[in-house]
Design a binder for this molecule. Structure first.
Ligand code: SF4
Length: 709
């Protein structure tokens, strides 16, 4: 725990966990972080959740990687059970040897098979500068757009729909705009667990009198504060949302002027939703028609209404369709483009917004300039001084599928560089994912721990934790914030920005970023030029002085714009495009062999694949073991008791874990967090993708539960 030496100094920074982006102050004593205080940042006003306040000691865990590791000849490529000795698989190496062994085979694969043989996964846990430099390395050094990161697993479908409909993939209003909202719809999200400080602002809004509607197959803790809770069937989102649209239009609750002046394709939407009356949709989504109508009326007639959503909306084969419906709901009612009215996809990781903005995605250069747009490509070719691939690259799941392609496949992926991501835990259908990673001819992993992915690497490069480096991150509100270094990395671990530059040099690139901490300020200033349409007015010096600025911010005297779309949308016409969505059911629905729906997600205490929070003493003490949640009725049907050891199996795998009673989990379903390697939920999940966002259907697959004792 954090009981420790007296505080010797303090360092202002940002929380390394979720996308809320709470500002913090590290208390440092004896070269350890001994405490964390909330700071007066725009997103948190000194508030913190348990992760931010008590979860930082992971950086001092004895499992930290301190030296580069090289795989021993013949060592099996597999994820071992907990407690395995890494010395059986790896040997320690110097940085010179490790970097030579990391880049030499990548160069050879590129020479033998072409640029598409290589791919890179960057990280949403690192800084904007790292994301920018990583994608630049892949595009200019590997030679293709095969670069992606975990946004593909969280909000890729949201971004696809938002770019299509509104011309921007980010939020329209910050979380704290709920202070001005009279109505709040939270759909497919569990803010008290996943965005806890954001949830506190929502609760404050309810205390002030705002009406909160929760729409989710799981009834979460926020229901204590809700005006209405819509616990709909797990893949019936489009049916529910189309019923709301139908009601708004049929009952004449639209904003006719907004539709006339600021949207396209309204008539197609109107005709489409005629078939989706609440009365027709009620049996499909499991919500009474009268309730659907009541919620639609309240939303449309509210003076100001916000919609928040999370992975429950995005992680479906119809994830993009869900967000198309939300965009339509906000625009036909005029509930966007003013204080307290807007759309907010709650971003998961601390810098998933910034990493996407910085171009860590296969179809876009920085600032969402499409790689297949000749003008955009010409600009970046001149800016970076090299020819660039004109075709979008492959996405996370596609890249790993291509690792298992036939040798004759022209785009077979043979070598990868993975920085700070853990696909061997985070991707769907893990037996397949791990087989693909092990099948690569060469894999370089850069991380702070020997993650499940790092166990499959040929070369492991020891990296820096967030408190050990300076850099910026952009939170869910589009606010760019300064993270400051409090400690040096342990042993021979190095800043990620330095490692990326060494990898670039090994790939033959000639970069020069002078200055302290691997030239982080110089990298930021180059990135600012590449992203002048959004952060052109946010200089490094300004961030050093102010700690945070919200974009768009185009000049030194621009204060930044927390609320956007006030006059027009950033589309060629300035209007929003309405896209009708039909019902697409989940890819794999329950049957006699697998009668339950598996819903995966996160817990308050554990973050993503658990590599950090399960090594944080307080968080691990609070939630030490994997559990699966079911309600009492479903437990009785399955013949199991709370606390029982059970096997949960799908068509792709099986795990063993204990049951937890949770009356919020719906009938016919089981909920599992995906942070536990010993009972990895993603061994069970289905790798089918949303066709637009290419996001896997983590929120729905068929499983069976069986008692083991
Ligand atoms: Fe950190 Fe998110 Fe908790 Fe804030 S709400 S302290 S950003 S984990």
């Amino acid at each position: 725990l954090l009981a420790a030496p007296p505080v010797e100094r303090t360092v202002d920074s940002v929380c390394p966990f979720c996308g809320v982006g709470c500002q913090i102050t590290y208390q440092v004593g004896g070269e350890r972080i001994v405490g964390v205080q909330g700071r007066n940042g725009p997103a948190n006003q000194a508030r913190l959740c348990v992760k931010g306040r008590f979860g930082l000691d992971y950086i001092h865990h004895p499992d930290r990687l301190m030296l580069p590791l090289i795989r021993k000849p013949g060592a099996p490529k597999q994820v071992p059970p907990a407690g395995a000795d890494w010395r059986a698989v790896f040997r320690e190496a110097t940085w010179d040897e490790a970097l030579a062994l990391a880049t030499g085979p990548l160069r050879a694969l590129r020479a033998a098979h072409g640029p598409k043989a290589l791919a890179g996964f960057g990280s949403a846990k690192g800084s904007n500068e790292e994301a920018y430099l990583f994608q630049k390395l892949v595009r200019t050094g590997f030679g293709s757009n095969n670069v992606d990161h975990c946004t593909r697993l969280c909000h890729a479908s949201s971004v696809a729909a938002l770019l299509e409909g509104l011309g921007s993939g980010a939020v329209s209003n910050p979380v704290r705009d709920v202070e001005h909202a009279e109505f709040i719809l939270v759909i497919g999200a569990n803010p008290t667990a996943n965005h806890p400080v954001a949830a506190t602002w929502m609760k404050n809004a309810v205390q002030r009198g705002a009406r909160l509607v929760l729409a989710d197959p799981r009834a979460t803790d926020m229901r204590q504060h809700a005006w209405r809770t819509l616990q709909f069937k797990p893949d019936a989102d489009v049916a529910l949302l189309n019923a709301l649209l139908h009601t708004v239009i049929e009952e004449g609750l639209t904003d006719a002027a907004f539709i006339r002046d600021r949207t396209l394709q309204y008539e197609a939407l109107r005709q489409h939703v005629q078939a989706y009356s609440p009365e027709a949709m009620a049996p499909l989504c499991g919500i009474a028609a009268s309730t659907l109508r009541e919620v639609a009326r309240a939303y449309a007639t509210s003076p100001a209404a916000m919609i928040f959503w999370g992975m429950g909306v995005s992680q479906h084969v119809h994830g993009t369709d869900n967000v198309r419906c939300l965009i339509a709901l906000a625009t036909i009612t005029g509930q966007i483009g003013k204080p307290g009215s807007g759309l907010h996809p709650l971003r998961g990781q601390n810098n998933v917004q910034g990493a996407s903005d910085a171009g860590l995605i296969p179809m876009m250069f920085p600032d969402y300039q499409r790689v297949d747009n000749p003008q955009a490509r010409a600009w970046f070719e001149q800016f970076w001084g090299t020819a660039l691939d004109e075709r979008p690259g492959y996405t996370v799941v596609e890249i790993l599928n291509l690792a298992l392609a036939d040798d004759a496949h022209p785009h077979k992926v043979r070598g990868m560089y993975i920085m700070g991501e853990n696909p061997a835990m985070s991707d769907p259908d893990l037996h397949h994912t791990r087989h693909a990673l092990a099948h690569l001819e060469h894999l370089v992993v850069q991380d702070i721990f020997l993650t499940e992915t790092a166990w499959l690497a040929d070369v492991v490069l020891p990296a820096s934790a967030w408190p050990e480096k300076t850099g910026t991150a952009s939170n869910t509100d589009r606010t760019v914030q300064m993270g400051r270094r409090a400690l040096a990395p342990p042993g021979q671990a190095r800043p990620d920005l330095w490692i990326i530059q060494q990898m670039a040099a090994g790939m033959g690139l000639r970069w020069h970023y002078p200055g302290a901490e691997a030239g982080v300020a110089a990298v930021y200033e180059e990135m600012r030029q590449a992203m002048h349409r959004s952060i052109g007015g946010i200089t490094w010096q300004r961030l050093e002085r102010d700690s945070s600025v919200t974009y768009p911010c185009l000049s030194a005297d621009d204060p930044g714009q927390p609320v956007v779309f006030t006059e027009r949308f950033p589309t060629p016409t300035g209007r929003a495009t309405l896209v009708p969505a039909g019902i697409v059911w989940a890819n794999e629905r329950p049957d006699a062999d697998y009668p339950l729906v598996l819903i995966t997600g996160r817990q308050l205490e554990h973050w993503h694949t658990g590599s950090m929070t399960r090594r944080a003493a307080v968080l691990d003490a609070l939630e030490p073991i994997a559990t699966a949640c079911m309600n009492a009725r479903e437990m009785a049907r399955c013949g199991v008791q709370p606390g029982a050891l059970v096997q949960v199996r799908s068509r792709r795998g099986a795990v063993q874990l204990h049951l937890r009673l949770d009356e919020g989990t719906p009938d016919g379903a089981v909920f599992m967090p995906f942070a536990y390697a010993e009972a990895a939920a993603n061994l069970l999940t289905n790798a089918v993708l949303d066709p637009f966002g290419k996001i896997p259907e983590f929120k729905y697959c068929a499983v069976a539960v069986q008692a083991l004792q």
